[in-house]
Every structure is written in structure tokens, then in C-alpha cells.
Design a protein around this ligand. Structure first.
Ligand code: RUQ
Ligand code: CUA
Ligand code: CA
Length: 609
């Protein structure tokens, strides 16, 4: 950690505040030239449809990882490899070109990130993308059948408790919008035929394992650290189609799924299917799950239209934010398990705290020292409150005020997350707050404002606002964790791609009728071959392997008038397929500065009429 050497007394007041903070342990937000950030941040991007990697505490954006939508820089959505992951129509065009990524979470081993995967959802088109974190690329996308308004996701935090069930971890997915099931043009006004599903995806195969039909909807998702339960807050227990109906009940719910029982029900064949989908659908409706001995799910009531459900790092509690109620609800995991075991007569008795914390509470994070931090959208604040104190107050000690501190943030915060806070190792150092409005915080750039991600030092008793950084709209959720938990590879392996060109001598053109294959290598500062000839009417597949194995030696490849541009990183292979329709000379060239002779790195595609 950088240490400030100057005696505090001679410094102006704001700087003194920073010196004090340095002594508390969070360190300076300044990452000096040559130094590295201490934490990684995985950010979802909202309706730019991708994900971002940030360094924390600097807040610098280090990388964008495309997944659901095309990206011109790396050629995502253009290369054959990325199109296969994204999904295409019969004519070869992309199935979808828009997306809205909301929630991003990484894979765990025993309650701590294992650095293997992260997942993000697409709310618009109900897709789940997986990133492999060693290369920081998207390697799979799964379309979730039957649903719309795919919102919360959360992976298992631990391998499944029942070793008889043969699979690895899973990702749980919530459906926010009610639709007729099947959604084929019938029952459009029949409320009773509108449903929502809770979906389980296998983390390794990315296949949809099962779905659960529920009453009401799912919003955010959280999983328990013991691997037994998944939870979803529900703001539409009314099953309303329009929003006044969704606001009619005084309390909605947090819905808990007993994952082992659902897996068993699927194994025992106790499921149905919907429309053409073959995915098993179990019954998690309220009516079918009244008997604790067999119930697959149970509802715990939570005040009006809650948002955000988060598991505390000690594994004991789930916290639901009130949104339209100025409260947070603390639900004790063990008590929910007791209800399933027949030891608690009323699931609502698992509520052990409901502190008043402020207006418009949305999301909560933790410092690992027993404190919760909740965003207050309407108050434009973050409230720090003590969980034990809130529990004592609920138990009867009315004199207690569990609120420790409130901090103004700029403005209208949504998501919030602290370093390591979604693991058992929450370290209580930094906290990021995603503000939906930035108003006057940055140089004006016209009507569309950036958003303001703020960094807060939470190492002391009071929160200290450490810095603002502008972000392109509009990130939603994010997780932050210490850099030691992630080891990326800096160079690809030739064997990653079955068509890699291992020996430059194999470069060249082969033809089968009108189908032409061009195998090409890049070695700075040249391509091999530096010239190839094709004919109008051909269909060309160009496979390019970057044979430079030096870290950071990335080449680009562009062909004028043929709308081709993509990147190849060290030892990476990518391919593109395009139709030849214009005769002439076309200089392909390297778009990515790679060498003193980068500008000379080019060659000719000669097209004969
Ligand atoms: S949910 S504020 Cu709260 Cu997608 Cu983003
Ligand atoms: Cu290769 Cu620039
Ligand atoms: Ca409601």
C-alpha cells in the first residue's frame, strides 16, 4: 500500500483526510505510474451488451469483453468462431445484435472465487453468457427457453451437497416478466395462464438442467454458502400483468428454493414440459408446496416490492431490500432450513430483523465485520448499518439504532459491492457504488451523461468518498476481488484452435470449386502469404494464425470494401468467411500497431473478374 510521508499537520484539510484514511488501511486511491491495482472488478455493461474489467481502486477500465453483441475492435460477431458462440440464422447473419447485461458473478470453490468463469445475463433476449477468465473471453452462450425478462443470476458458491448428484456447479436464473406459457399467441388476456420460471443451468456444459414454475416473479437471485438454497426476491406476488396490480399487496416475498429436493424431483421424473421445450419443469407454486416435508420451495414475506437479495459473507443471513418500504429484511438461513425440516411452523418466523434504513433501498453489500451497506436510491445515499444491532432491536430492544453512518453519493445509486464481499473473505477495504445519474459531476458532454461509479473507503467507522469515475452507460452489477484470485494467461496456445497454422510453410490458398480457403500467418511485420488471388463468385474462408508468441504482440487484419476487421492475439487463430463480389486489388493490412514496420504490414487480395 502506498504510504503518505508528509506530516498531516502541514497538509490542507482534504489531504489530511486522505492521510488518515491511509493510516486506517484502505490506502490511497492513487495508483502511481508503474503500480498495479490491488483488486479486479468485473462489471456488467447494461445495454451496451458486454462486460468490462476494471482495476480497483483506480477505477480504470482495462478491458471490454464482448459476448452478446458484435464488437468491431476484436471482430466479435464477424469471425466464424464468435458467430458460432453467438448463434446465427440460416442465412449466416447473427440471431441477435442487442443485449442488456445486468448481473455478473464469478465461479466459486468453497466460498471463494476460483478464477475460472464468470457469467452475465442478457435481459432482453434471455441469454446467459459465460466468460473464461484465463483468457477473458466469452466461450459459451445459452438461450434460456420459455422465459422473458431474464434478470437475476447467481452461481453455486460450493459444490453440491449431495455427492450422488453427478454434476459440477450450477447457475440459477430468474424470470422477471410474466408471459403466457407456452407463449404462442393464446391466453394473452388470461392472467392465470401467465407464469414465471426459475431456471438452473449447468456451469460446465451450459445446458439448461431444469426449470421451476412459480407464482409471482423472480427479480434478483442469491445462493447460500452451504449450497442448499437459492433465493429470489419477488415484487410481483400479485401476479399482476400491469404495474398498478403489482403494487397492490402490502408485502411481497423472498422465495427460497430447496435445490437438493428439486434435483431429486427431476431425477424421479416429477416434472412436465412447456411447448416444444424438452427442459423438465418442476412445480414450485405456493399451492403445491404447503407441506414442509415435501416442499420444493417456500415464501418468506418481505415488505412491498422488494429489490435485491444478498447473502452475508458469514453465510448466516439473506438480506432483502424494501425498495418501496424504507426497510431491509434479515432472514436467517438456518430457520428457513428448519421450516423444510418441520422444525419451524411458520416460514415468516425466519425473519429476525427489519431495520428502517432510509428511502428506496435497493442493493446491499458487506465488510466482513458485521456491517451491511445498502444503496438508498431515493435518498441518494449509502447507509451503513449493523446486522447484529438490527437483530437485537427486532428482538425487543427498541432503543437501539442499527444505522452507523450515511454517506451522500452522486446520484441515485443502484448497485453496490465491496471488495471480496460476495465471498467468505469479505475484506472491508473498498466499496464501489454505481450511480445512475451524474448530473454536474463531470465536464458537460451534451444531453447524454456518463454514469458515475464512486469508490468509497469503508475501512474505518465512517465511509469516506474516495473518488468519482465516469463510466459509459450503463453498468449494472459488479463484483470486486483481490487480484491474487485471478491468474490470466497472456498468450494463447496454438492447440486452442483445431485449424491453427503451425508452420508458415503451410500458408497459402486451396480451392474446391468456388470455395476457397486461405491459410495465413502473421509474424511481425508481415503476413504470409503477402498476396493471394481469387475470383468474383468465390466464397473465401480466411484462417489467420498469429505466430508471434511474445506477450502483447497483437495484429489486426482488415480488407477494404469487404467489411473485414478483426484482431489476433499471440498464437491465436481466427477465421472469417465472405463472398467475393468486386474485382480489383484490395490491400489487406494490419490495424493494430505492432512493430516499427507496422504500416508496412500489408498484402494484396487480387480479385479477377
Ligand atoms: S437490478 S439497479 Cu437493481 Cu438488474 Cu440493476
Ligand atoms: Cu501487425 Cu500492426
Ligand atoms: Ca408487489
Amino acid at each position: 500500500m502506498p504510504v503518505v510521508q508528509v506530516p498531516p499537520a502541514v497538509l490542507p484539510a482534504p489531504v489530511q483526510a486522505r492521510v488518515r484514511r491511509t493510516r486506517w488501511g484502505a490506502g490511497s486511491v492513487e495508483v502511481k505510474p508503474g503500480e498495479l491495482d490491488t483488486h479486479y472488478g468485473l462489471w456488467s455493461s447494461g445495454h451496451t451488451g458486454d462486460a468490462r474489467i476494471l482495476g480497483i481502486p483506480s477505477g480504470r477500465e482495462l478491458l471490454r469483453i464482448p459476448c452478446f453483441v458484435p464488437d468491431a475492435l476484436i471482430g466479435w460477431g464477424q469471425t466464424n468462431e464468435s458467430k458460432e458462440i453467438m448463434g446465427t440464422r440460416p442465412d449466416g447473419s447473427l440471431e441477435y445484435t442487442v443485449a442488456d447485461t445486468h448481473h455478473i458473478h464469478a465461479s466459486y470453490k468453497d466460498g471463494i472465487y476460483d478464477g475460472k468463469y464468470a457469467w452475465v445475463n442478457d435481459k432482453i433476449n434471455a441469454r446467459l453468457a459465460r466468460f473464461r477468465l484465463d483468457y477473458m473471453i466469452c466461450d459459451k452462450i445459452t438461450k434460456i427457453p420459455n422465459i422473458q425478462g431474464f434478470h437475476g443470476i447467481f452461481p453455486d458458491k460450493r459444490d453440491p451437497v449431495d455427492p450422488a448428484i453427478n454434476y459440477t456447479t450450477r447457475v440459477f436464473c430468474g424470470q422477471e416478466f410474466h408471459v403466457p406459457m407456452p407463449n404462442k399467441g393464446a391466453d394473452m388476456t388470461d392472467n392465470t395462464k401467465h407464469h414465471c420460471l426459475f431456471t438452473c443451468v449447468d456451469a460446465e456444459t451450459m445446458d439448461v438442467r431444469w426449470q421451476a414454475r412459480i407464482d409471482g416473479n423472480c427479480d434478483l437471485i442469491a445462493t447460500s454458502f452451504d449450497g442448499k438454497l437459492a433465493a429470489s426476491n419477488q415484487y410481483n406476488t400479485e401476479n399482476g400483468v400491469l404495474y398498478p396490480e403489482m403494487m397492490s399487496a402490502e408485502r411481497d416475498a423472498c422465495l427460497f428454493f430447496n435445490i437438493a429436493r428439486i434435483e431429486q424431483a427431476v431425477k424421479d421424473g416429477k416434472f412436465t414440459t412447456i411447448g416444444d421445450s424438452k427442459v423438465p419443469v418442476v412445480d414450485c407454486t405456493v399451492e403445491a408446496n404447503k407441506d414442509p416435508a415435501t416442499a420444493l420451495s417456500v415464501r418468506v414475506s418481505v415488505p412491498k416490492n422488494p429489490h435485491g437479495v444478498n447473502a452475508t459473507p458469514d453465510g448466516k443471513y439473506f438480506i432483502c431490500s424494501g425498495k418501496l418500504s424504507p426497510t431491509a429484511t434479515i432472514i436467517e438461513l438456518q430457520k428457513v432450513l428448519d421450516w423444510f425440516d418441520g422444525k419451524l411452523d411458520d416460514p415468516d418466523k425466519s425473519i429476525i430483523g427489519e431495520p428502517e434504513i432510509g428511502l428506496g433501498p435497493l442493493h446491499t453489500t458487506f465488510d466482513g465485520r458485521g456491517n451491511a451497506y445498502t444503496t438508498l436510491f431515493l435518498d441518494s445515499q449509502v447507509v451503513k448499518w449493523n446486522i447484529d444491532q438490527a437483530i437485537k432491536k427486532y428482538a425487543g430492544d427498541k432503543a437501539i439504532n442499527p444505522v452507523v453512518h450515511k454517506l451522500d453519493v452522486m446520484y441515485q445509486p443502484g448497485h453496490i459491492n465491496a471488495t471480496n464481499a460476495e465471498t467468505i473473505a469479505a475484506d472491508g477495504i473498498w466499496m464501489a457504488v454505481g450511480n445512475k445519474f451524474s448530473k454536474d459531476r463531470f465536464l458537460p458532454v451534451g444531453p447524454m451523461h456518463p454514469e458515475n461509479d464512486q469508490l468509497v473507503d469503508i475501512s474505518g467507522d465512517e465511509m469516506i468518498l474516495a473518488h468519482d469515475n465516469a463510466v459509459r452507460p450503463e453498468p449494472h452489477d459488479f463484483v470486486i476481488f483481490k487480484r491474487e484470485w485471478l491468474q490470466t494467461k497472456q498468450v494463447y496456445a496454438l492447440d486452442d484452435h483445431p485449424l491453427a497454422l503451425k508452420d508458415p510453410k503451410d500458408a497459402g490458398v486451396t480451392r474446391e470449386g468456388k470455395k476457397v480457403t486461405v491459410r495465413m500467418a502473421s509474424i511481425a511485420p508481415t503476413y504470409m502469404p503477402i498476396e493471394f488471388t481469387v475470383k468474383v463468385g468465390d466464397e473465401v474462408t480466411l484462417i489467420l494464425t498469429n505466430l508471434d508468441k511474445v506477450e502483447d504482440l497483437t495484429h489486426g487484419f482488415a480488407i477494404p470494401e469487404y467489411n473485414v476487421q478483426f484482431l489476433v492475439n499471440p498464437l491465436e487463430t481466427k477465421s472469417v468467411t465472405f463472398k467475393i463480389d468486386k474485382p480489383g486489388v484490395f490491400w489487406y493490412y494490419c490495424t493494430n500497431f505492432c512493430h516499427a514496420l507496422h504500416l508496412e504490414m500489408r498484402g494484396r487480395m487480387i480479385v479477377e473478374a
